[in-house]
Ligand binder design. Structure first.
Ligand SMILES: NC(=O)c1ccc[n+]([C@@H]2O[C@H](COP(=O)([O-])OP(=O)(O)OC[C@H]3O[C@@H](n4cnc5c(N)ncnc54)[C@H](OP(=O)(O)O)[C@@H]3O)[C@@H](O)[C@H]2O)c1
Length: 235
């Protein structure tokens, strides 16, 4: 897609990978609907994205665990932008490594609701807008945990394998339409994802989020005859 002048919704835009992708897209002249909970962090990304050349940036404080908030957010985005060609489902949280019986009930719910259910609701509400465009793209962030079984990650892995299944079926359902679908499956990335969940890894050798953001921009901007639909990235 020739992404210049297109409109992208980025969930998880306030931090980490979502922030980096938003800034790279801004440089490419993409307009941005930035979605996350923290208004303060979104405002900072908005200011930077405007400086980098994005024609239009609007922030939407939204908890994607709450389907009503997603509904209101998508309605506002439609009014503000009228068109959307790119949906980047990046928002997510980590589940602290634990045996299943030791994972608190609230953590089970919040990981599944954020990493999988929120993505599904966001996508089902944005899809009618995407279908009206000449070309459109949905890119879902899964994880290495979406293709492997790592000990202690039962709930996170359930969500991320869910993202993979969701993506694969969407790809089939939409293959005769204008909407292309892809997922990325990255290994450890140097963001605050783990620290926020109280997990502390040595992240020295982890992927840099700005490098991963370059991969996403590359995927989005392929010529219309080819499509990278399943990209696995390791450090
Ligand atoms: N870091 C890794 O090693 C790694 C590896 C594989 C896959 N991933 C995936 O990559 C994605 C991005 O993670 P990251 O590493 O960039 O982590 P991050 O820096 O913590 O960013 C996570 C983003 O998700 C948003 N978010 C979390 N809960 C939300 C909610 N309920 N509603 C709306 N937004 C919410 C956060 O914003 P607010 O807090 O402002 O809401 C933030 O913008 C996640 O899906 C993660 O599972 C990460």
């Amino acid at each position: 897609m020739d992404i210049k002048g297109k409109v992208a919704i980025v969930t998880g835009a306030s931090d980490g990978l979502g922030r980096q992708v938003s800034l790279k897209l801004a440089k490419e002249g993409v307009s941005l609907a930035l979605v996350a909970r923290s208004e303060e962090k979104l405002d900072l990304v908005e200011k930077e994205a405007e400086k980098l050349g994005s024609p239009k940036v609007v922030c939407y404080s939204c908890d994607i665990q709450d389907s009503e908030q997603i509904k209101k957010t998508v309605q506002k985005i439609e009014v503000d932008f009228n068109e959307v060609q790119i949906l980047l489902n990046i928002a997510g949280i980590w589940q602290k490594l634990n045996l299943l019986e030791d994972i608190p009930e609230e953590e089970v719910d919040s990981v599944i609701d954020t990493d999988l259910v929120g993505m599904i609701h966001m996508t089902r509400l944005v899809l009618p807008i995407l279908k009206r465009q000449k070309e459109a793209i949905i890119l879902n962030d899964s994880s290495r945990s979406g293709v492997t079984a790592q000990p202690g990650q039962s709930v996170y892995t359930a969500a991320k394998w869910g993202v993979r299944g969701f993506t694969e079926v969407l790809k089939e359902d939409l293959k005769e339409t204008n909407v292309k679908v892809a997922a990325i499956y990255q290994g450890g990335t140097n963001t605050e994802l783990f620290n926020k969940a109280g997990e502390h890894f040595n992240q020295e050798k982890f992927i840099k989020p700005e490098d991963l953001a370059d991969v996403i921009v590359y995927m989005l901007s392929r010529p219309s005859g080819i499509w990278l639909h399943d990209v696995r990235i390791e450090h």
